[in-house]
Ligand binder design. Structure first.
Ligand code: F0G
Length: 352
């Protein structure tokens, strides 16, 4: 059967109204990529996979949830959607809204959205507004606007976003034949960790597929769930998860606790290191997306995670092309040579 997107594939597993339309870009069905060399670097003796969500249509996992949220809104006749975003939600909302013939209004924190995300939102035709504040400020404003006006909120406070995002857990189970032992993923506004836990528990209740321990990873400068209190001025190079008041924080803590996992924080340097190690296995992800692997590295190194004999899945939420500047800042520009065979030969033969 031809693949037709997460709604077509998993509608029977979703708690959604009958009026829900089917606005799709054939999102989902992303690969679970084995990265044995990376597992060896961590001592080996275990299976490590990347669920590469950067291969969704707009380059991030948001598409799984957005297809459902926009389909629901379109099905009840909504004409406009709104969201606050660190960038990926904005691009995804813009793409699905344009497909549905709706307006998309996206509110972003000034100067803190990676180039590929802003370009995406603009290209898909969103009305992009920056505010001189944080993601958290933007979220409280859009919640208020959606209360007062007929504009559908498509942040992950919208329950249909989670109904779509939980399908990634189903795909992992189907590929591996059971749930993995550990699932490691970045945590920002905490919708995705909540969605995965919903997916795994729902599937386990129906088919005894097992439950993973969940390792949620925040950036040290934006780690309210680790600190136990909101962070007023979150900072991190992983701008996707630069969030100080996660809307679904309680649910995330519950997922970590129920799964006998945990939520921890890693430094920006650890995130960038993990991004480079992943790229050395051929998987280029945006910084926030490397946080899950960075957290796993930290836990293994500290002896708090014993990976031997385990199956570990790290969710890489967004593509590296979303944030090209972060690479440009760390790497030298390509060298420039004259059009001369000899000079090029010398460069090619030079040992690095
Ligand atoms: N990874 C990426 C690439 C993200 O864009 C986000 C969230 C997360 C992880 C964290 O997911 O919020 O469900 O805990 N990005 C949102 C946005 C906030 O606006 O695009 P979460």
């Amino acid at each position: 059967m031809t693949y037709a997107g997460v709604l077509a594939r998993y509608r029977a597993w979703m708690d959604i109204p009958a009026h829900t339309a089917d606005i799709t870009l054939l999102e989902g069905n992303t690969p679970l990529i084995p990265v044995p060399r990376l597992a060896e670097e961590m001592g080996g003796g275990f299976e490590l996979y990347i669920k590469f969500e950067g291969l969704n249509p707009t380059g991030s996992f948001k598409d799984r949830g957005m297809t459902v949220a926009i389909s629901e809104a379109a099905g009840r006749g909504a004409r406009a959607v709104i969201c606050a975003s660190t960038g990926n939600t904005a691009a995804s909302a813009a793409a699905y809204a344009s497909r549905a013939g709706m307006r998309a209004i996206v509110i972003i924190p000034e100067g803190k959205v990676a180039a590929g995300k802003l370009a995406g939102a603009t290209a898909y035709g969103a009305e992009v507004i920056q505010i001189s504040g944080s993601f958290d400020d933007a979220l409280s404003l859009v919640v208020e606007i959606s209360r007062r006006h007929p504009v559908a909120l498509v942040n992950s406070l919208n329950p249909y976003r989670l109904e779509g995002q939980k399908t990634a857990a189903f795909e992992i189970i189907e590929t591996l034949g059971a749930a993995p032992d550990w699932l490691c993923l970045p945590v920002g506004n905490a919708g995705n960790i909540s969605a995965y836990w919903m997916g795994f528990t729902q599937h386990h209740a129906a088919q005894q597929s097992g439950l993973p321990h969940i390792l949620g990873v925040q950036a040290a400068g934006s780690a309210p769930l680790v600190l136990g209190h909101p962070v007023d001025h979150p900072e991190t190079i992983a701008t996707a998860i630069r969030i100080g008041r996660p809307a679904r924080g309680e649910q995330a803590l519950q997922a970590a606790e129920e799964s006998q996992g945990r939520i921890l924080a890693v430094s920006d340097d650890e995130i960038l290191f993990a991004q480079r190690r992943l790229a050395a296995s051929g998987v280029w992800v945006e910084p926030a997306s490397a946080a899950g692997i960075a957290g796993m590295f930290a836990e293994i190194r500290a002896g708090r995670m014993q990976p031997k004999g385990q199956r570990i899945v790290a969710v890489c939420t967004g593509h590296g092309m979303k944030d090209p500047d972060i690479i440009a800042r760390q790497m030298p520009a390509p060298r420039l040579l004259p059009v001369e065979l000899r000079a090029l030969e010398d460069a090619v033969l030079e040992e690095k």
